[in-house]
Design a protein around this ligand. Structure first.
Ligand code: SF4
Ligand code: SF4
Length: 433
């Protein structure tokens, strides 16, 4: 194994490790956004007053880089309109009032798969996106550009962010499903082998998967030192294969495709049942939550109802974060919905959510040593502050994976990720024009 450069060791706080997943059931309403992925938004396929069933297509797009969305409940469409979500942009959403019957859509059946093309079409139809947090459409990822030769499927079970245990529970509760999904991907894409990477703080997951693949030579399980961000694509590829994905390149350029453990097991489940992506295991934790646990949630469920299912709050939730504390995104309202790639919801009290006051940079270079991408975070921060975006681009601001290691390591408590995000956003918007 190779050790990636940089990284930090935040307290793990994986309080829900031993907690078996519990299914939440049907909420009072679901709000399903037409874009829950990287790529083109879907157009709604239903209108107000329509009745829908579980697994029914409610949004799709002609664009290749996109993923269809399906109803997670049976019920009546009550609203099709723009809703401002946590990215602060209005997103077209379909609101459905469940009837509580959870009637399954009649057309749900296992897809016919007998070739690479039909496999990729099935994956697209399932609405699958990367479930580890990035939300990239799976059928696009599994179909690298012509001319690239992929020989290794990297299965990400690192789950390096504090608090989150949803993938760990997948490894324990659905070990065979993960292996089955990996075998499907290898078979239909022609990739030769799969390497499963799991941090060494999850020995039970390593043991379960190692046993499950003991007589499958094309799949190997690898224990990796627990160090954040071990689960980032580039660091994981380097740790497992020694291959370096250079600036502006993709994993496929070094012969790899990275897929999260839960994404892999969903492939098996979809090919078996034909039920699209309508639910997600989510770790609910944080100092303000009464009963932290892993909950299976229907997509579109309001955050408020998920927290209520976990006994509500034991103290005032000053901050609610979707995702982990390092890379998660703060939510401005508990009415916002759970999305396909939501892997954790954290409600933090006043002590945990306080933002320390920053001071001037003392040029200690701790942020540079912590950066897994080999960037100069203090300099990117300075250039964005000075609106020198072109210079920031020259020193690879777009390679920042927003892992937060620089901020975590900084003794002056400078909020570099925020300014880097502003810089990246500015560059993206001005490059499109
Ligand atoms: S500059 Fe970006 S990639 Fe580097 S440590 Fe900071 S957030 Fe992570
Ligand atoms: S860690 Fe903080 S204080 Fe040190 S060089 Fe980086 S930004 Fe400056």
């Amino acid at each position: 194994m190779k050790l990636f450069k940089g990284g930090v060791h935040p307290p793990q706080q994986k309080n829900t490790t031993e907690m078996k997943t519990v299914a939440m059931g049907v909420p009072s309403v679901v709000v399903i956004p037409m874009v829950q992925h990287l790529g083109a938004p879907c157009q709604p396929k239903v209108k107000r007053g329509d009745t829908v069933k579980v697994g029914q297509l409610i949004g799709d797009s002609e664009a290749y880089v996109s993923a269809p969305v399906h109803s997670s409940v049976s019920g009546t469409v009550t609203r099709v309109d723009n809703v401002v979500l946590s990215g602060n942009q209005p997103v077209m959403c379909v609101e459905i009032k469940p009837d509580g019957l959870q009637e399954v859509f009649e057309e749900i059946k296992p897809p016919a798969v007998d070739s690479r093309e039909s496999f990729l079409s099935a994956i697209r139809a399932s609405g699958l996106t990367g479930l580890g947090g990035a939300g990239f459409p799976a059928h696009v990822k599994l179909n690298p550009p012509k001319g690239t030769k992929v020989d290794t499927l990297i299965i990400n079970g690192a789950e390096c962010e504090p608090y989150i245990t949803s993938d760990y529970r997948e490894c324990i509760e659905n070990t065979d499903g993960i292996v089955e999904g990996i075998l499907h991907v290898l078979k239909w894409t022609g990739i030769e082998k799969a390497m499963i990477g799991i941090e060494d703080n999850k020995p039970e997951a390593i043991k379960a998967l190692s046993q499950a693949v003991s007589d499958i030579p094309s799949i190997t399980v690898h224990s990796l030192p627990a160090r954040y961000p071990q689960g980032a694509e580039k660091t994981l590829i380097y740790a497992l294969t020694g291959r370096e994905v250079s600036s502006g390149k993709l994993p496929a350029d070094v012969g790899c495709i990275v897929m999260n453990v839960t994404t892999a097991s969903f492939v098996a489940s979809y090919l078996k049942t034909g039920m699209p992506l309508i639910k997600k295991r989510v770790t609910i934790d944080g100092s303000a939550v009464k009963n932290p646990q892993n909950v299976e949630v229907l997509i579109g469920t309001p955050l408020r109802e998920v927290f209520e299912f976990c006994g509500g709050f034991k103290s005032n939730p000053e901050k609610v974060v979707m995702g982990g504390p390092m890379m998660g995104v703060s939510q401005f309202s508990l009415d916002l919905p759970v999305l396909k790639h939501t892997n954790a919801l954290l409600a933090l009290d006043e002590t945990q959510s306080r933002i320390p006051e920053g001071s001037a940079c003392i040029r200690c270079a701790r942020c540079v040593r912590a950066c897994p991408m080999g960037l100069l975070p203090f300099e990117l921060d300075r250039l964005v502050d000075a609106k020198k975006y072109e210079e920031a681009q020259k020193i690879h601001i777009m390679d920042c994976i927003e892992c937060g290691c620089c901020v975590y390591a900084c003794p002056a408590k400078r909020l570099m990720v925020q300014s880097i995000r502003i810089g990246k956003d500015y560059i993206r918007r001005n490059t499109k024009k």
